[in-house]
Design a protein around this ligand. Structure first.
Ligand code: ADP
Length: 546
């Protein structure tokens, strides 16, 4: 009887145990069901931050932890940086316990793993083990899930680790997809910006004749609305005569014939007709297979206008050169004649002397103008080649400058040259011409005299020359224009000073041909005088020549 009772008690204990296990199993099944539901929801998230947060929440629901972290991989630096955290802030966050060697180990295992760690003194009695969930997609690391546990590693069940591994893989795929989407979005924006920045109409058409992309210049030129046209056949969007041109250009491009600027008169409004140049090239996919054409349509009137202007400019240069050459010979004869006449100046009637001197003066001015005109037109046509050779620019200045301001005149020429003499690779004749121009201007535009200061100095990369005077100066509004041909500052003072307005144009050409720069500093309202500064690069001279 008592043994029966004992057997009955054992049975009910067993049934009780079975019930408990059954309930536990159901709870686990429920948990797993909820977990997979959460996993499925992960795929619907649209930002990495949402995914990070959800991953941490799901992981923490699987394995109770002190802190959960997500470290995201940066492909550029190869590092893992903290991107999200769950759990209360602690003095020593668990991501500090994860070093590159541990990360490399975790990714090598291809599963979620649990490792023991020594509690950090700043996190007393805190984290004793770490669960690591490596997230990789197609072999590339994406992120690392780190859970800091207060329990020993043996306390973590295998099923929980398996689920963390499933979570890590799924999250890696979702994050990688979001990263890719972001990149594609960036590329699309870039492409849109490029399309919009081109000053021509651009239209991409697929093999099925449907419009794939276009820019706003195309909308304007062919008078259609992009949002209505995208995806439509171009024959249904454009008038028949325009569609015919697209078709003809497309056929040429597909047959491999050159399609550069097939020109068509295109009416954009009742009153305006433009000459539009059509060209096309083939669009190929990543395998090189053609899938459409991109058309570029340009308004040709502008380029024709530019072509016409270029032609006019060329004709004008030729004309100036021919006329100048023709004038040179008779001028030389006139100057020779006046010289001969003035030999007998003492015996001549003073009024005759005056007339001959006026002729001589005029002829000299004309000669200067012709020489400047010829120089400039040669420089502009690009027919002048610099004869660059190692040159001691300081020595060149010491030779040239003194003769330009006679010692008995009202000007005092001061040369400020460095002790060292270096060789600079320049065309000495042309640089002398520049210096003569600048110094003669400094003298000319200082009618009351004063100091003309010429300074030279070397920087590590340039030789710099500054020519300063104490003359009439140049108001700032003229600074940008004095380099233009024939530009002369118009004032009562300058009216009496002779000049052609070509000197500085020649100077700038020569300096720029040397790869140098030149500028002016002057503000007569606050200080008299001007300073012209030129910088030439120290190029091409081997060190031993310097
Ligand atoms: P120009 O033959 O008239 O001197 P440039 O081309 O050499 O022609 O100079 C253009 C103009 O710049 C001059 O007409 C003058 O008004 C102004 N200019 C040039 N150098 C100086 C200077 N050192 N001081 C004042 N004005 C100057």
């Amino acid at each position: 009887m008592s043994s029966d009772r004992t057997a009955g008690a054992d049975l009910s204990a067993e049934v009780e145990e079975l019930r408990r296990r059954n309930a536990e199993l159901y709870r686990t099944l429920d948990d797993v069901g909820r977990f997979y539901e959460g996993l499925a929801q992960l795929r619907g998230l649209t930002t990495p931050a949402e995914v990070h947060e959800r991953v941490l929440a799901l992981a923490a629901s699987l394995i109770p932890c002190r802190q959960a972290h997500l470290l995201v991989h940066d492909p550029a630096s190869g590092r893992f940086a903290p991107a999200a955290r769950r759990g209360p802030p602690i003095a020593f966050p668990v991501d500090h316990l994860v070093d590159p060697a541990l990360i490399a180990w975790a990714f090598g295992i291809q599963n979620a793993s649990v490792v023991p760690v020594e509690s950090h003194p700043l996190d007393e009695g805190g984290v004793r083990s770490l669960v690591l969930g490596p997230m990789a997609c197609q072999g590339r690391p994406v992120a690392l899930l780190v859970l800091g546990l207060e329990s020993e590693e043996q306390g973590v069940e295998r099923i929980a680790l398996d689920l963390v591994w499933a979570l890590s893989r799924e999250a890696a795929t979702v994050l990688d997809r979001l990263r890719l989407t972001e990149r594609v979005r960036g590329l699309v924006t870039l492409l849109d910006n490029v399309l919009e920045s081109v000053p021509h109409a651009i239209l991409a058409i697929g093999r099925d004749d449907r419009i794939i992309a276009c820019n706003s210049n195309a909308e304007f030129l062919f008078n259609f609305k992009r949002f209505l046209a995208l995806g439509e056949r171009y024959q249904d969007v454009f008038p028949a005569e325009v569609a015919r041109v697209f078709h003809a250009v497309a056929v040429s491009a597909l047959e491999g014939r050159a399609t550069h600027d097939v020109e068509v008169e295109h009416r954009i409004t009742e009153a305006t007709t433009l000459t539009v140049g059509f060209s096309a090239s083939i669009l190929a996919d990543t395998e090189g297979q053609p899938y459409g054409l991109v058309f570029i349509c340009r308004d040709m009137s502008l380029s024709r206008e530019v072509e016409k202007l270029r032609e006019l400019d060329r004709m004008k240069s030729e004309f100036v050169q021919t006329v100048s050459h023709e004038l040179k010979t008779p001028l030389t004869a006139i100057l020779g004649g006046t010289e001969v006449l003035l030999v007998d100046e003492d015996t001549m009637d003073p009024s005759q002397v005056e007339v001959v001197k006026i002729i001589e003066d005029g002829a000299r001015r004309l000669q200067a103008l012709i020489s400047d005109l010829l120089d400039l037109s040669r420089l502009e046509s690009g027919r002048i080649v610099l004869e660059e050779r190692p040159t001691d620019v300081a020595g060149l200045l010491a030779e040239t400058c003194p003769a330009m301001a006679p010692p008995d005149g009202p000007h005092r020429l001061v040369l400020d040259l460095p002790e060292e003499h270096r060789q600079v690779y320049v065309d000495p004749g042309k640089i002398q011409q520049v210096m003569e121009n600048l110094i003669s201007n400094a003298v000319k535009y200082s009618p009351r005299g004063g100091e003309v200061h010429v300074a030279l100095r070397y920087t590590p990369t340039h030789v710099e020359v500054a020519v300063s005077d104490e003359g009439i100066g140049i108001a700032p509004e003229h600074h940008s224009r004095i380099w233009d041909k024939f530009y002369r500052v118009d004032s009562s003072t300058t009216a009496e000073i002779e000049g052609t307005g070509l000197g500085l144009a020649i100077v700038r050409h020569i300096v720029e041909m040397h790869g140098g720069t030149i500028g002016v500093e002057s503000d007569p309202a606050s200080r008299p005088g001007s300073t012209f500064r030129m910088a030439l690069p120290l190029k091409g001279c081997p060190q031993d020549e310097l």
